[in-house]
Unconditional design. Structure first.
Ligand SMILES: [Zn+2]
Length: 218
């Protein structure tokens, strides 16, 4: 069992001294980012759809700077790898990872609807379930959900139910998105939990993957 809590083999880099230093630095940067979460926003992620700020009232309280940009992009790259794995079983390529309070990846998930014949097997649900198992709690406070596509109503609801602290997503889903496009579930003040939102992280890559998939379906 490796430090991530699973059985995947350790990469040689992770075992070396430089790897240790990088992980320590990464943890320190993540702690600083978490400490800033109560600050007022400094700038939103770029690119962000022009209309996103005017839609609903999703909280955007994370101050996104070069540090958080790098951390979120690193996590999104892992989510995109999960999305690409969907192509092996004919599912729409959507991937997700959950980050623990220290910013380390604690779970991964990808869309498995076709593979499992399960209408609820969206990437976010798969990743949230695994994260809750790893945490030993359904409450994923101070965790971050990173996903390649704006969550649907089911997954946005699950994000609130899991008490996720921050939701980071890549491409907007204008037809089914329930974070900013059609609904604003994570930011709905009538609910008992609000989620910080960061959108547009590696949106071009995620969008291109989806476009290619649907083009090939025709
Ligand atoms: Zn979903």
């Amino acid at each position: 069992m490796n430090p991530r809590g699973d059985s995947r083999p350790l990469h040689a880099f992770q075992a070396c001294a430089l790897g240790q230093t990088m992980r320590s630095l990464r943890a320190a940067l993540w702690a600083e980012l978490a400490a800033r979460s109560s600050c007022s926003p400094q700038m939103s992620w770029l690119p962000v759809a022009d209309s996103s700020a005017s839609r609903g009232s999703a909280r955007r309280s994370r101050s996104v700077n070069l540090v958080s940009e790098a951390l979120y992009s690193e996590a999104m790259a892992e989510a995109l790898a999960q999305a690409r794995a969907c192509l092996d079983h004919g599912d729409v390529p959507v991937g997700a990872v959950v980050l623990g309070p220290d910013g380390a990846v604690v779970s991964r998930g990808r869309n498995r609807r076709e593979l499992d014949n399960d209408p609820t097997a969206h990437a976010e649900i798969v990743a949230l379930r695994e994260a809750a198992t790893a945490a030993g709690s359904w409450r994923l406070t101070d965790h971050t959900l990173v996903v390649t596509l704006e969550p649907c109503a089911m997954c946005a609801g699950a994000t609130v139910s899991a008490r996720i602290g921050t939701l980071v997503y890549a491409a907007a889903d204008l037809k089914a998105g329930a974070v900013q496009s059609l609904y604003n579930i994570p930011g709905d003040a009538r609910l008992n939990h609000a989620v910080d939102i960061v959108d547009g992280v590696m949106a071009a890559e995620a969008g291109e993957l989806l476009r290619t998939f649907f083009d090939d379906q025709r």
